[in-house]
Design a binder for this molecule. Sequence first.
Ligand code: ADP
Ligand code: XUL
Length: 535
Amino acid sequence: MDSFIEDKVWLGFDLSTQQLKSIAINENLEVVCEASVQFDSDLPEFRTTGGVHRHEDNQTATAPVLMWVKALELILDRLRVNGLDFSQVVGISGSGQQHGSVYWKRGARAVLQSLQGGKFLHEQLSQCFALGESPIWMDSSTSRECRQLEAHLGGAQHLAEVTGSRAYERFTASQIAKIAHTKAEVYSSTERISLVSSFLASLFIGDYAPIDLSDGSGMNLLDIKEKRWSSECLQFCGTELEAKLGSEVVPSSQVIGPLSEYFVERYGFHKDCYVVAFTGDNPASLAGMCLGPNDVAISLGTSDTAFLSLSTPKPALDGHIFCNPINEEHFMGLICFKNGSLTRERIRNTCADASWDIFNQLLESTPRGAFGNIGFYLDLPEIYPVVSGDFRYNRFDNEVTSFAAEVEIRACVESQFLRLRIHAENLGFKRSNSTRVLATGGASANHSIIAVLADVFNAPVYTYSIPNSAVLGSALLAKYAKEKETTSYYDMVLKLNANFKLVTKPSPDAGEIYDSLAERYRKLEDKLESKANGD
Ligand code: ADP
Ligand code: XUL
């Protein structure tokens, strides 16, 4: 295969909220070149903050499409300056922030198909968008459309069973419905709707790129088990939507076409360079972290987020199921809780003199299970239970008003990890003897906190020394696309195993302690949710 190129490289992109990143990897999966473009500082003419335009209603959030086009031109220049020889690029793939949508105007396809190598891309595409500002995942202006979509599908749970998620404001269905219902002229002049990922792929192939199954799962429009658009969901959003989305939805590792002549002529790419479907940043991260079946990746950042690789998914109201980008038979789960690091910091400030060292000493001095005490520390209403406040229960499940400082600290960390475990199980996660927990994000540097994570999941915790897993995952998918007939993804990425570092193993009594605590936690959480609903 591809014998035409010596010293082959594969190029990955990630068009995220604040920046466009790119890396090139070689045959040994080593990063040989990288570059990035920060939207705010590198493209100040678009006047974004964090890559975003937030509107006066405090709910609408958009990004200028032409900023993304210019960012692509800039990053290609930077890659070249950083030493990349484009003629060595065998294949290209990429990822994008999930859920955002791009509205191509009638006639745009013809422009894409006849791009002229002597001219800037942004000049040629300047009149190609029916909407200059693309709604992105931070938009929360579509609550009405969400409730209507759930009602149209016979309820939130049914919508989750079909599409993998109940209706969310940031998901694309409600965003498209809002445009179709409130900006009829924009909707009717739209020839094609792309996701951020398939939009960037379209620039590379010089034609409309199909949406891939994994990013397509973040739309509330795809039947994730049948792997085709759900006609009930399409019908709710707008007329002739299937034609506007493209009827074909492809696996994330599918070659979608040769690179557009434009890039061959203007940048010196090889004429045989191929382009693989682009996907969402979260699925690409799962690929970049090489998450195996039964593994779970947990990011302890501002929010606490878990990615799961699932063989038997159970769609639920409190998480998302997406098609898995590296295993077409499997799915992935995504759960995100708002009360993560900032809540741990609050408890550190009130109970440990604002010091992580004191926090860790007190955490380690308290036995596993915190003497049977369970606490809920919710600075913001959680996705579940949708309630805020602190709630403490003793070992008889009676509510109490306070805990000693060391119990408060342990109860806080344990409850945050029990919450991740329980909701992962709700989505179909099953711990096995080979399960690995992969910890990332700010708090993963804290060994005492990570020891609790290992105990609650009763599995060893690893860290992974490669930052930017989404852009790495994209480059790996570019390579995998031509190897998948002969090798599995896991075999292809074996070389990356050296980047995993075992940090801690669970204590021998962890299973016993946390299985029973998890059961009690689940009941108390349901009780809080029922109270919030006034039941
Ligand atoms: P983001 O989600 O914004 O990318 P990060 O993954 O960078 O966030 O994580 C930032 C958080 O990490 C901070 O809010 C801080 O509470 C937490 N953090 C940093 N160092 C430690 C530590 N030693 N122990 C616990 N938490 C930490
Ligand atoms: C996931 C989500 C974000 C975006 C932006 O549902 O909305 O993670 O993908 O990164």
